[in-house]
Design a protein around this ligand. Structure first.
Ligand SMILES: [Zn+2]
Length: 315
């Protein structure tokens, strides 16, 4: 499928060492980040070209990517085990906050190819309304994965007092289109928006990455106001996701930071609220797929995303 065709080769055949993952050093990193965050951020900025990012085949135009390091991503979440809900009597950290969760794709999209192939205006270009998403080699659909993680994420966030809106929930035959997904977050006045995905690239490519909005201003797209807060949101989620899941940042893009910037995604270009995508792993890699198909792992994934949102919103 096109998303496989557009994938860059892995930067290394070797996965990130499980012995010394960067997130294991977070205690030191937290101190470092607290003391030196501005300098670290300024000094860590990398620039690279992402030659297409996996399954978002509708987004074949390579984007310019920049990434900051994991130092600022390692956040000091106080939460306990991944499945631990808010303690009874504990203050709800997200009361009064609205979070929009966007489960990537739709399990019915493959039956509605003419509808999802319709072009929509994302400001910088015309793009397909939506795509089918990828699957594991055994047929577990990305759209099943994204909805499951999103529903788990909603449960965790609601336990913290948040108002949570999902862009869809198996309640429509296809879509929504990417422009509508963005508008739902905008209309809700969301304090944070997360679009949940999993990648579909070659076996051996492993790990998660967060996609941050590039600064774009064209047509209906104007991301100037969300670039900086979206980066902070993404960094928080990256650090917490790594901690709760034990997964490493992607070994095939992002230079090991788990962060990339793209200017070709309608869901980001049209957002007026802080927003990121998360690609939770590679469905086409057997080891990643074993995690993605595990309900227990998906709960950890949801908890990590939730902890990142809480950190971003100052909980
Ligand atoms: Zn996707």
């Amino acid at each position: 499928m096109r998303y496989d065709d557009s994938s860059p080769p892995p930067e290394s055949d070797a996965p990130v060492s499980p012995d010394r993952p960067w997130f294991a050093r977070r205690s030191t990193l937290i101190v470092t980040a607290a003391a030196l965050a501005p300098a670290c951020l300024a000094g860590w900025v990398l620039t690279q070209v992402v030659a297409g990012s996996g399954h978002h085949g509708q987004d074949a135009k390579p984007g310019t990517a920049a990434a900051t390091g994991p130092r600022a991503a390692a956040s000091a979440s106080p939460s306990g085990s991944p499945s631990t809900p808010a303690k009874p009597g504990a203050p709800a950290k997200l009361t009064g906050r609205t979070v929009v969760i966007d489960p990537g794709h739709n399990t019915g999209n493959f039956k509605h190819t003419s509808e999802i192939d319709k072009q929509v205006d994302i400001g910088t270009a015309d793009k397909e309304c939506d795509t089918t998403g990828t699957t594991t080699n055994s047929g577990y659909m990305e759209a099943e994965f994204t909805l499951d993680v999103s529903q788990r994420l909603r449960t965790v966030l609601e336990a913290q007092g948040a108002k949570v809106v999902l862009t869809h929930e198996a309640d429509r035959p296809w879509g929504p289109c990417i422009d509508e997904r963005a508008r739902i977050g905008n209309a809700a006045g969301a304090d944070a928006v997360v679009s949940v995905h999993a990648d579909g690239v070659s076996a051996g490519s492993r790990g998660f990455h967060i996609i941050l909005p590039a600064k774009v201003k064209q047509g209906a797209a104007d991301t100037a106001a969300i670039v900086e807060p979206s980066r902070r949101l993404g960094e928080r989620i990256a650090g917490n996701f790594a901690r709760t899941t034990g997964s490493a940042p992607a070994n095939y893009l992002g230079s090991g930071t788990g962060l990339v910037v793209r200017d070709d995604l309608g869901g980001l270009n049209l957002s007026t609220r802080p927003k990121v995508f998360i690609e939770c792993g590679n469905m086409r890699d057997a080891k990643d797929a074993a995690q993605l198909t595990s309900p227990e792992w998906r709960q950890k994934a949801a908890q990590g995303i939730a902890d990142g949102i809480v950190g971003f919103l100052g909980g």
